[in-house]
Design a protein around this ligand. Structure first.
Ligand code: NDP
Length: 392
C-alpha cells in the first residue's frame, strides 16, 4: 500500500489523484492533504478520506476547518501556511508525495519532500523551473525518484525506458498550440480571459490554461525538461501537434523515434507515477481506430513570443528562469483580473527579463528572493506602462 501526501489536493491534479486513489483502494491511500483556500472542498476531502493531517493556507481557514471537522467527529489534525504544507510533505508515514500546488508556493514543500527521502510525483513544473538544479541535486544525493506527472515529461520518462541517456539525440515536446493557434495576430490584443480559459483539449487550473494560450506553459516545460532529463535547450525541441494524441517523443541517435500515445486524461500520467516502477491495468484505453490524422508544425515564435523568451531565459541563467516564471505568474493574474491585455503578458515578461542579472542561486531562500524581486518588478511594469494595460 502506498501512502500518499497530496500538495494541492483541491486543484485539478489533486482531485484527479484522489480519483485514482478511489479506483485503486488496495494500492493507494491518501493520508495527508494540503489545500490553498478552498475550505469547502478541503472539508469534503477530509470527510471522504479521513487523512491523518490536512493543511490549509491561513490560520483563520484552519480554525474554520477544525470546527467543521469537530462537528463531523473527524479527528484529522489541521495545520496551516507554508509550514503546514511542509508538514504534509514530510509526514513520516507517507512514502509518496504528489506535488501539485500551482506556482512557487509549492517550492518549499516539494524540496522538503525530497530532503525527507519521499518519492515525488511532480506536477508543479514551476518549482523545477525555479529551483530544478537544487531539487535534482538533493534527489540524486538521497536516491529519491522524481516522477514527472506533466503529460509531456511523463511521456518522455516512458520513452526514455527505450534507450540509454547517451543514445538520445533530442527530445520533442508536443504542444496543442492552444486556442489561438489560428487566430489572426491582429486580434491578439483583444483576447479576453474567457477566451483564453477555453483550452481545446485539456481541462486544467486557470494559470496553466492561460499559459497554454500564450505558450509560456511550453516554455516552462522546455526548462523543466532540461533540468529533469539533464539536456541542454538545444536538445529540447517543440512541435505543435493540434490533436494532442502523441504526448511527446524521444529521438535516438540511430534515427528511431519513440512516441507515447494515450487518451488526453491526466489520470493516466498520475497513475503511471503512482504505480512506478510497475504498470498496472486501467480502463484509460485509447481507441486506435479513432486515430485518423497526426499533424505537426513548427511553432510560430512571432505569434507566441513567450516560447522565444523561455529559450532565451534557459540559455541565460537560473535567475532568468526564475524571473520568467515569477513575472508570468503576476502578469497572468493581472490579465485574469482585467488589468492587463493578453499581449501585455509577454511584454511584461520581456521587460522583467531585460533587467534581470545573471545568477545561480545556491539555496531555496535565494531562489525565493529572486522570485520576489521579479514579481515586484512585474507589478511595477504593469502599473507604469500604459500600453500594456487594458484601456476599454
Ligand atoms: P489548480 O489551480 O487547479 O490547483 C492548484 C492547487 O494549488 C489547489 O489545490 C490550490 O488550493 C493550491 N494552492 C494554490 N496556492 C496555494 C498555497 N499558497 N498554499 C497551498 N496550496 C495552494 O492547478 P492545477 O491542478 O491545474 O495545476 C497544479 C500544478 O500542476 C501546476 O504547477 C500546473 O502547471 C501543473 N500541471 C497541471 C496540469 C493539469 O492538467 N491541470 C497538467 C500538467 C501540469 P485551493 O484551490 O484550495 O486554493
Amino acid at each position: 500500500m502506498k501512502k500518499i501526501a497530496i500538495l494541492g489536493s483541491t486543484g485539478s491534479i489533486g482531485q484527479s489523484t484522489l480519483s485514482i486513489c478511489e479506483s485503486y483502494p488496495d494500492r493507494f491511500r491518501p493520508i495527508a492533504l494540503a489545500a490553498g483556500s478552498n475550505l469547502e472542498v478541503a472539508f469534503e476531502q477530509c470527510r471522504r478520506w479521513h487523512p491523518q493531517l490536512v493543511s490549509i493556507s491561513t490560520e483563520r481557514l484552519a480554525d474554520q476547518l477544525r470546527t467543521l471537522l469537530k462537528s463531523a467527529a473527524i479527528s484529522t489534525e489541521v495545520v496551516h501556511g507554508t509550514a503546514g504544507t511542509v508538514r504534509v510533505a514530510t509526514l513520516p508515514e507517507a512514502n509518496f508525495v504528489v506535488s501539485a500546488i500551482v506556482g512557487v508556493a509549492g517550492l518549499e514543500a516539494t524540496y522538503a519532500a525530497v530532503l525527507a527521502g519521499k518519492t515525488v510525483g511532480l506536477a508543479n513544473k514551476e518549482c523545477i523551473v525555479a529551483a530544478g538544479d537544487l531539487i535534482l541535486a538533493a534527489a540524486r544525493e538521497r536516491g529519491v525518484a522524481l516522477l514527472p506527472i506533466d503529460s509531456e515529461h511523463n511521456a518522455i520518462h516512458q520513452c526514455l525506458r527505450g534507450g540509454a541517456p547517451n543514445e538520445v539525440r533530442q527530445i520533442w515536446l508536443t504542444a496543442s498550440g492552444g486556442p489561438f493557434r489560428n487566430t489572426p495576430l491582429s486580434e491578439f490584443e483583444h483576447i479576453t480571459p474567457a477566451q483564453a480559459l477555453k483550452h481545446p483539449t485539456w481541462v486544467m487550473g486557470q494559470r496553466i490554461t492561460v499559459d497554454s494560450a500564450t505558450m509560456l506553459n511550453k516554455g516552462l516545460e522546455i526548462i523543466e525538461a532540461c533540468r529533469l532529463f539533464n539536456l541542454p535547450p538545444s536538445q529540447v525541441k517543440v512541435t505543435v501537434h493540434p490533436q494532442s494524441t502523441i504526448h511527446s517523443l524521444v529521438e535516438y541517435v540511430d534515427g528511431s523515434i519513440l512516441a507515447q500515445i494515450s487518451v488526453t486524461d491526466m489520470r493516466l500520467p498520475i497513475l503511471y507515477a503512482l504505480a512506478w516502477p510497475e504498470r498496472i491495468p486501467s480502463d484509460l484505453t485509447f481507441d486506435m481506430t479513432a486515430l485518423k490524422q497526426l499533424d505537426f508544425q513548427t511553432p510560430d515564435l512571432e505569434r507566441f513570443p513567450c516560447l522565444r523568451l523561455a529559450y532565451e531565459a534557459a540559455a541565460a541563467s537560473q535567475a532568468h528562469c526564475i524571473a520568467l516564471n515569477g513575472a508570468d505568474e503576476v502578469a497572468v493574474a493581472a490579465f485574469l483580473s482585467g488589468r492587463l491585455s493578453f499581449l501585455g503578458i509577454p511584454r511584461t515578461i520581456e521587460s522583467v527579463l531585460s533587467v534581470t542579472a545573471s545568477a545561480s542561486p545556491a539555496s531555496i531562500p535565494e531562489v525565493l528572493q529572486l522570485d520576489q524581486s521579479a514579481r515586484a518588478l512585474a507589478e511595477q511594469v504593469i502599473e507604469q506602462h500604459h500600453p500594456y494595460l487594458i484601456t476599454h
